[in-house]
Write a protein that binds this ligand. Structure first.
Ligand SMILES: CC(C)(COP(=O)(O)OP(=O)(O)OC[C@H]1O[C@@H](n2cnc3c(N)ncnc32)[C@H](O)[C@@H]1OP(=O)(O)O)[C@@H](O)C(=O)NCCC(=O)NCCS
Length: 175
């Protein structure tokens, strides 16, 4: 199967679990990461391959890609670790692959990966109107810790607050 071929998305979560695999993506996959990001966020908000390559060049930054049948890329996430703190920089799933558990799996893999590497707090920001993402984060036991007023500009020109969310996994050794 050609890696860029369009395919029929899985019919349900069980099928998605079998067909969709997640792997670590390096800068050589920046074009694919950007294509998925653009499909998830739209042309105006989508990040370019160049932006993504620059991000991945910063120490502590990692990307995961979800591929269906080892071919079509359908979801992505980028994270950054700095000492004991981790941050979700972005998470996106192609519209036709949503509600199949892919976003949740990418999120859990990325967060677990950071925790395994010593992170004990993970932060993220999300538009207060993005109920799908907020629900996903709340299910992963993230909690709202603050708000950035008028942080995002929506398609219709309206400004929307960002919610800052965090999950604390453990205490440092106090040293
Ligand atoms: C947010 C996003 C990544 C979710 O991806 P997904 O693959 O559809 O998510 P999942 O199927 O794993 O859903 C996990 C849970 O999130 C919640 N959720 C996801 N989409 C939802 C929706 N449209 N409405 C309500 N809850 C939703 C549900 O609780 C869901 O669990 P359930 O299906 O058992 O009810 C996807 O909608 C997306 O790419 N959106 C555009 C980009 C974006 O907003 N990214 C986040 C920026 S902070």
């Amino acid at each position: 199967m050609n890696r860029h071929e369009r395919m029929t998305p899985p019919a349900n979560k069980a099928e998605a679990t079998a067909r969709v695999k997640i792997h670590l993506a390096g800068p050589e996959e920046a074009d694919t990461l950007a294509a998925v990001h653009r499909a998830a966020f739209g042309e105006r908000k989508g990040w370019s391959a160049g932006d993504i390559r620059k991000m991945l060049a910063i120490e502590g930054t990692e990307a995961l890609l979800a591929r269906c049948d080892e071919a079509e890329a359908c979801g992505m996430i980028i994270t950054r670790m700095m000492w004991e703190d981790g941050e979700i920089l972005t998470l996106g799933v192609r519209p036709e692959f949503r509600r199949l558990g892919i976003g949740g799996r990418l999120f859990a893999s990325a967060v677990n990966g950071m925790v395994m590497q010593g992170v004990n707090r993970v932060f993220l920001e999300v538009a207060e109107t993005n109920t799908a993402a907020i629900r996903l984060y709340e299910e992963a036991r993230f909690e709202v810790m603050g708000r950035r007023p008028n942080y995002y500009l929506e398609e219709d020109g309206k400004k929307v607050d960002a919610l800052m969310m965090v999950r604390v996994f453990g205490q440092g050794c106090g040293g």
